[in-house]
Each structure stands twice: as C-alpha cells, then as structure tokens.
Design a protein around this ligand. Structure first.
Ligand SMILES: CC(C)(COP(=O)(O)OP(=O)(O)OC[C@H]1O[C@@H](n2cnc3c(N)ncnc32)[C@H](O)[C@@H]1OP(=O)(O)O)[C@@H](O)C(=O)NCCC(=O)NCCS
Length: 159
C-alpha cells in the first residue's frame, strides 16, 4: 500500500494554479477550473489555506483541498478533490480533518456547498459533523442544485 504524505501552505506560489488545474481535470466532471481561472482566483483570495496529499513513492499529487476565509468568522471549504484511483482510502476525509483542525481556533463556523447529488461528498461532510442548512436551487447552474453545509465550531472568534 502506498504511503500518503500531507502538506499545507497559506502562501501563494506560481505553480499552484497549474497543479490545481491538473487535478481538477482528472477529478471533476463539471466544476473544473482552468489554470487561468485559478490564477484569477488567487488574485482575489489572498487569505487561504491549502492542504494536499502526495503519493510518497511516485511523488504524484493525489488530492487537494482549500479553505478561504470570509467575513464574520466564517471559513469556507472550497474544492476537495482526490484522484479517482486513490479514492476510498480515507484521503478525502483526512484532507477535511486537517482543514477543520486548522480552522478550529480561527473561525466560529465552517460552511461549504456541495452538489445535491454528490453522495460521496455529502457522506464525508455528514460523517465529520456538518449539517445541511440550505437547499439552493440552481446553485451550480440551471438544474444543478447545491446544498449548503455548516459545522459550528464555537461561539466567539479568535481566542
Ligand atoms: C468527494 C471525494 C473528495 C472523496 O474522497 P475520498 O478520498 O474517496 O474519500 P474517503 O476515502 O475519505 O471516503 C470515501 C469512502 O471511502 C471509505 N473509506 C475510507 N477509507 C477506506 C479504506 N481504507 N478502505 C475502504 N473504504 C474506505 C469511507 O468510509 C467513505 O465511505 P462512504 O462513502 O461509504 O462513507 C472524492 O470522491 C472526489 O474527489 N470526488 C470528485 C470531486 C468532488 O466531487 N469533490 C467534492 C466537491 S464539493
């Protein structure tokens, strides 16, 4: 069994958009972002935390997940993707757990959207304590509904 190593950063580097676009291409059917779109994304989102997983043998990037920090103590989980051949090994859950533990002392709650028909993502979120709080019709485009999930962390912000 391949050993998976986890890494994280909150500092932008020029290779990030390319890496994220490559993974999007393999992992997402519909929500893929191009390298250019990721570049634009990081121009606006300076306050982020990125976690990724690499196969320690091949050194290949096999999973990535992002948090962006918004207003009023809310952290937003943005993107969570694991290569198809590495799924169902706990990597998605570990990427989520690492983001939650990073956010714990910084934000009061975590929110994220997922497609209403994304059963894998829904199961992982629920298993980690997230609660569905809003069904959003056409969130991802026409007839592409989303669900807003939330995990409350504590009553006040930064300690
Ligand atoms: C959603 C996604 C990130 C999940 O990643 P993952 O690495 O497969 O997630 P996990 O392995 O932690 O959990 C998936 C399942 O495998 C199971 N599992 C975990 N470790 C396992 C192991 N060692 N052996 C067998 N099963 C295992 C989990 O219990 C879970 O089961 P469940 O679906 O019955 O609850 C992945 O499916 C993906 O990239 N999807 C496409 C992109 C996407 O839709 N992202 C979400 C956008 S919001």
């Amino acid at each position: 069994m391949n050993v998976i190593r986890y890494y994280s950063t909150n500092i932008y580097s020029a290779e990030l958009p390319k890496l994220l676009a490559e993974l999007d291409k393999t992992c997402f059917e519909k929500d893929k972002m191009t390298e250019r779109e990721w570049e634009k994304f990081f121009k606006h989102e300076k306050n982020f935390f990125l976690v990724w997983a690499k196969d320690n043998e091949t050194k290949a990037l096999v999973g990535v997940a992002l948090i962006i920090f918004g207003i009023a103590g809310i952290a937003y989980l943005y993107s969570n993707a694991v290569l198809p051949s590495y799924r169902k090994k706990g990597i998605g859950t570990e990427l989520l757990a690492r983001r939650i533990s990073f956010i714990k002392n910084i934000a009061t709650k975590i929110q994220t959207h997922t497609r209403a028909n994304n059963t894998e993502s829904t199961r992982i979120l629920k298993a980690s304590g997230f609660i569905p709080i809003q069904y959003v019709i056409d969130f991802y485009g026409e007839f592409e509904d989303g669900v807003l999930f939330e995990l409350k962390l504590k009553e006040s912000g930064r300690t």
